[in-house]
Write a protein that binds this ligand. Structure first.
Ligand code: G6P
Length: 359
């Protein structure tokens, strides 16, 4: 096992650090020699022919679906519905004309995702799986399949599988984009090296975790894709550090969560949507006024939060819609270092399984 960890203390840290390579390996097969996007013709025609997308998955894969819904609706103007697979399978789903379902699963063996797939096939809805494991059940039963090339993911908490799912979905969104296609394509191609630049500064996050890991309440908040990554960040932190963490859409702060904010609270504000910076800044001021500590995750060139935040972690500048690949890496590292500080084994968190294959 030590050899497989290649010198890293845990599989989770190894997998976090493998993301630049995994992202590159996932993007490369989707580009031709001129750097234009190429998808297998059957997948391209299925996706381009869809007038309505349904995206599903469980756990982290569901969060990838949520991010994709914001991105696809904005760049391609196609309506996207997102439903957790464990709900979708029991729900009275109404089939829409021209509907295609994308099912996301690292393992391709999650019982609820497979049950949702079978239900959709019974309804006659075309199915398209995005998975990381060649030959898995989902890949065999779905009409079409596309693989993420993340390589084996051993740690229970998903990291590189998630960011490669996002990259695959961003590539699909770029293929469907009605405008800005070249800008998006260029941004996609920069993500692997930007992920590396972020990792090069991981000690800043390690230091912050060393100061904050004892916080009993951690809230993540953001708007749009930052909200989806808030959910994923809270999930990661609770999974491996056993800290009570929650996520909410920043606009909902006043509708309940603010009642829980006090001096024992760390609030992580994800701020990557320029048109919403002022709104986020006032939310941060509201939690600070109640004694919370505020960490802001934003882009390198942004100074809106300099006076408000207790600490700012800056990510490389990308297209705001593609920021989730970078913001989530900050949360992964934060969760990992909190877990280690607490003396937990981040690779094998209590009560959790890598793949939930039974109901
Ligand atoms: C479990 C794992 C998660 C994963 C989820 C869905 O809960 O611990 O990391 O996101 O299952 O797994 P899948 O293989 O379908 O992506």
């Amino acid at each position: 096992e030590a050899a497989e960890k290649c010198g890293y203390e845990h599989f989770m840290l190894k997998e976090i650090c493998e993301q630049p390579k995994a992202l590159g390996d996932t993007l490369r097969p989707k580009l031709d020699k001129q750097g234009k996007l190429v998808f297998p013709p059957d997948i391209e025609s299925l996706i381009k022919g869809a007038s309505h997308l349904l995206i599903t998955g469980c756990g982290t894969a569901y969060h990838a679906a949520m991010v994709a819904s914001y991105v696809i609706e904005q760049v391609a103007s196609i309506p996207v519905e997102v439903v957790i697979a464990s709900e979708l399978r029991y729900k009275h789903h109404i089939r829409k004309e021209g509907e295609v379902c994308i099912l996301i699963s690292q393992s391709g063996e999650t019982a609820d995702t497979i049950a949702a797939l079978r239900m959709l096939k019974n309804l006659g809805i075309p199915t398209f799986a995005i998975t990381n494991v060649v030959g898995c059940t989902l890949s065999r039963e779905a009409d079409k399949v596309m693989y993420t090339n993340a390589g084996p993911e051993i740690a229970v908490a998903s990291t590189k599988a998630f960011t490669t799912q996002l990259l695959s979905l961003f590539a699909l969104a770029t293929l469907l984009a009605k405008a800005e296609q070249l800008v998006l394509l260029e941004a996609l191609q920069q993500l692997p090296s930007q992920a590396q630049r972020l990792l090069d500064r991981q000690e800043d996050i390690q230091r912050f975790a060393a100061n904050q890991f004892n916080k009993t309440k951690v809230f993540f908040m953001g708007r749009l894709v930052d909200y989806a990554i808030s959910l994923e960040s809270a999930l990661k932190l609770k999974e491996i550090s056993y800290t009570h963490s929650e996520a909410f859409a920043a606009g909902e702060l006043k509708h309940g969560p603010i009642a829980l904010v006090d001096t024992s609270t760390l609030v992580v504000a994800l701020c990557t949507q320029p048109s919403l910076f002022a709104k986020m800044d006032s939310n941060i001021k509201e939690v600070k006024a109640r004694g919370a500590t505020a960490l802001v995750i934003t882009f390198e060139q942004v100074h809106t939060f300099d006076e408000t935040a207790d600490m700012i972690f800056r990510i490389p500048q990308t297209h705001p819609l593609f920021s989730p690949i970078l913001t989530v890496m900050v949360s992964q590292l934060y969760a990992y270092y909190c877990s280690v500080q607490k003396g937990n084994d981040p690779d094998k968190p209590r009560n959790l399984a890598k793949s939930v294959t039974v109901e």
